[in-house]
Design a protein around this ligand. Sequence first.
Ligand SMILES: [Zn+2]
Length: 151
Amino acid sequence: MAFFNNFVEKAKSAGKKVGDKTTQTVEVSKLKYKKGDLDNKIKAKYYEIGKSVFEKYKEGTVIDSDIADACGEIIKYEAEIADLEKEINKAKGGKTCPSCKKFVDAQFAFCPYCQTALEDETEAAAVDVDVTIDEAPSTESEAEGSEGEAQ
Ligand SMILES: [Zn+2]
C-alpha cells in the first residue's frame, strides 16, 4: 500500500503542478491583456493629442517647428492618399467626387452623395489649356464667340 499511496501523492503533485502552470498561464494572459488594453488606450490618446495639434496647425496656430514639420508630412501623406484613392477609383472604372471624395460611377454628372457637379478629368484639363492660351480676355464678349471676324 505504501507504493500505491506514494503513487497517488506523486500523481496529485504532478496534477497540482500542471494546474499551477495552467493558472499561471491564464493569469499571465489576463495581465497581458490588461496591459495591452492600456497600451491601446495610450495610443488612442496619443492619436487624439496629435490630431488636435494637427487641427491647430491647419488653422494656422503657431506651433513648435518640429511639430510643424511632422504636420507638414501628414499633409503630404494625405495628398498622396487622395491621389491613390483617385487612382483606385479610376482603376475601378469610376471617378472621385472632389467634394466628399467618394467613389462615383464614371457616367454621373453629379455626385449622388453630395450633389457636387462632377467634371470629366481629361476634359477639364483640356478646357484649362484652351482658356489660358486663347484670345486675351475682352470684357463680356463671350456670347459673340467669333475670333476676330467681327472687327
Ligand atoms: Zn460627393
